[in-house]
Design a protein around this ligand. Sequence first.
Ligand SMILES: [Zn+2]
Length: 453
Amino acid sequence: MREIRIQDTLTGELRPLEPREPGKVGVYACGPTVYGRIHVGNARPYVVFALLKRFLEHEGLSVNLVVNVTDVNDKIYDAAREAGVPSAELAAEMTALYVSDTDGLGLGRPDGEPRAAETIGPIVDLIADLVESGHAYPAGGDVYFRVSSFEDYGKLSNRPVEEMQQGEGDDAAELKESPQDFALWKATKEGEDTSWPSPWGDGRPGWHIECSAMAEQLLGTDFEIHGGGSDLVFPHHENEIAQTEAAREQPLARIWMHNGMIQMGTEKMAKSVGNIRLLHQALEEFGRDALVMYFARGHYRQPLAFSPEALEEAGRAVERLRELARRLDPDGPDPEGLDAAVEGFFDRLADDFNTPAALGVLFEWVSDANRRLDGGERMGPGRIAEMFHALGLENLLETADEAPAEAQALLEDREAARAAKDFGRADSIRDELAALGYEVRDTPEGARLRRLA
Ligand SMILES: [Zn+2]
């Protein structure tokens, strides 16, 4: 088996993936806060970790991918107030839209999609453990994490404690022992319409503790990979580490894998900046194939520029793959000598999940194959399906599905003619299809259309 290495933000090194239990990998990737429809920037971690799961499965690992939904959060209260709807209603609506928007990417669903509002019991238990062990303290109905009690605080984001702003505003300043402390539980405030009982009074959890509890519920501690956008390193992930490791005296995760931001011009795509392109709009405008290819063309750790040109380029790359797929004969012999390239493709993914380098290998494969097809060689797809699947583009091999409706209707007429033993009619339909650029292949699964080379 290939050694798989991933750049770990915590150690700053490429680290080998070493599962707790041989063959099993748990991945937790921070998901969206559901206060609006998700944009292309929010979709990047969804795609990166969905494709990572595919690659790890290709390597024979069993993967449990967890992507949470943050459905209790200040931003949701604010947005609901503005929209004049109950916050739980807004969160439910945006969660449903998040699911349908990401379904549009055609990459499947994560194995676990926990919601904060459904994890309140474990969240309260985790906070209680922190209070009991002296790592947290109640104050005025809130509960705060005592940062000075956790010696390793700052180890992920590597910055001096004085430079750490929790971004919690000033309203709680007088309740905190130290400005670096952060909220685990917040007492219900005016204008907040959801709350849960706790030993410290009615309230709701802070954002960071939600993820610590949801991750532990589904993956335990010391799990293999914790991921998310690089904008979450501080304070979100720093605080997740502090909470879980202080309470459990176990590492939270073995590898911290962070994706870079999607950029519009020189700025990060973000709702707060006001430069977003919604995912469902981008899917409509460019199609899911081009969008998935666009993400794969960037190394996950690097920033990735969003522009119509970048999406059009990705669309052209998809077309090159689709054209090659059309030229391959599903029943043809495996292309000789091209398997080594397939191994090279997966070697690139094993080296810090380098999708652009893997694409480079794939496109060399495509050039070689095209050259040989030009020379008259008859060639089957060989192992190209493995590479397409790892990139989320396995549908490109299903060329028949893209035949126009007119051709599909003719194919059905031909089947009917054959069933009625009207072979003259069936043959003339075959000619009509050829005129449209399609040939009929009779396969064990029935007749299929294939674009004529
Ligand atoms: Zn999180």
